[in-house]
Design a protein around this ligand. Structure first.
Ligand code: PLP
Length: 364
């Protein structure tokens, strides 16, 4: 059965990538072994990880010199919530957090648990439906860094422009919109993302940081959590998620073949605009994010009643649509439109929305 996968993460992967992965799974790159069986210290795996890193650097626009470090870690974005303050902050110089949703809040709470975090701005009073206005400046005195979440997966909000933080390093959780559009990476000092939304399978976390940040690192943290330990071991401090890195490499090659971030970003814009337009013209569906904060990655909306939402979800499910139920903390509907979700899936959803709304008296 053809499925339209709107899962929030783990999420859709490009069909051509999955086919390549299948074809190479048993005998990868002519080695007579599967990538899953290779040593992580073999020349074969070196080729895979160096290739993935080179593609990632190109796509992110990171400089070609060694001023940035790229690490392939585990533990998800959630481990970074702790690892970042452990490495970069202390109680006299805490990280400052822009609390724009549940993930951003969890990042702050983890830093607070370590007495290294402080809230700088919170959208909780408005139920996280909006981000701070464009052009706002956040450069707090005595901050180790400013942390923000570029796309708020649960609420469907996304920073259009990254704010100015002056000389304070900007740390970005990009788990749900990394490589979905061009971003000025020179504004950031550390970016991180769990791979399972836009980069590949779960189990892999990408962290890229300015090498200069390593100099300000705190002492006395467990080696496995110390960025320097990973850098000094050239990315092989312990066994990396080799299979996940391989699959991410295929996804990165696919993004390059598709024309890079400008092309992919335009397509993502088009997909999201199609849904927002349907919502806005219906007089039936109600978008939950403030217009100027709307996300291209996660489109969140409600129907007039919860009973109608339930019946809409059942209807969509019968058409092979998966993953449209909103996050359990907010309810409603959420369509996640990561890079691999095709316009045809969005068109299929729009058509169900039209039918359903018309059947309930809406006039487009
Ligand atoms: C999904 C998500 C997370 C959690 O990621 P894990 O890899 O499960 O730890 C964190 N931040 C954002 C923005 C997310 O979308």
């Amino acid at each position: 059965m053809a499925v339209h996968n709107f899962n929030a993460g783990p999420a859709a992967l490009p069909a051509s990538v999955l086919a390549k992965f299948r074809d190479s799974l048993i005998d990868t790159d002519g080695t007579g072994m599967s990538v899953l069986e290779w040593s992580h210290r073999s020349p074969e795996y070196d080729r895979v990880r160096f290739d993935a890193e080179a593609r990632l650097r190109r796509l992110l626009g990171l400089p070609g010199d060694d001023s940035w470090v790229v690490l392939f870690l585990q533990g998800g974005a959630s481990l970074q919530f702790a690892q970042i303050p452990l490495n970069l902050a202390d109680s006299a110089r805490p990280g400052h957090y822009l609390v724009t949703g549940v993930w951003a809040k969890k990042a702050l709470e983890e830093a607070e648990r370590l007495q290294r975090g402080r809230s700088l701005w919170s959208g909780k009073a408005e139920n996280f439906c909006a981000l701070p206005p464009d052009g706002m400046r956040f450069a707090p005195e005595g901050a180790a860094y400013v942390h923000l979440c570029t796309n708020n997966t649960i609420y469907g909000t996304q920073w259009a422009e990254l704010p100015d933080t002056g000389a304070v390093p900007l740390v970005c959780d990009m788990s749900s919109d990394i490589l979905s559009r061009p971003r000025p990476f020179e504004k950031c000092s550390l970016i991180y993302a769990g791979a399972q939304k836009n980069l590949g399978p779960s189990g892999l976390t990408v962290v890229a940081l300015r090498r200069s940040l390593l100099d300000r690192q705190a002492a006395g943290i467990p080696a496995i959590l110390d960025y320097r330990a990973h850098v000094e071991a050239d990315g092989l401090y312990n066994t990396p998620p080799t299979g996940a890195v391989y699959l991410m490499g295929l996804v990165l090659a696919w993004i390059e073949e598709e024309g890079g971030l400008t092309k992919v970003g335009a397509r993502n814009r088009q997909k999201a605009a199609r849904l927002y337009d349907t919502i806005d013209r219906s007089g039936f569906f109600r978008g939950t994010a403030a217009r100027e904060s709307r996300s291209d990655m996660n489109v969140t909306f409600r129907l007039p009643t919860e009973a109608l939402e339930k019946s809409f979800l059942e209807r969509a499910e019968r058409e092979g649509m998966v993953g449209l139920k909103g996050h359990r903390s907010v309810g409603g509907i959420r369509a996640s439109l990561y890079n691999a979700v095709e316009l045809a899936s969005v068109e299929a959803l729009v058509s169900v929305m039209h039918e359903f709304a018309s059947a309930h008296g809406a006039k487009f």
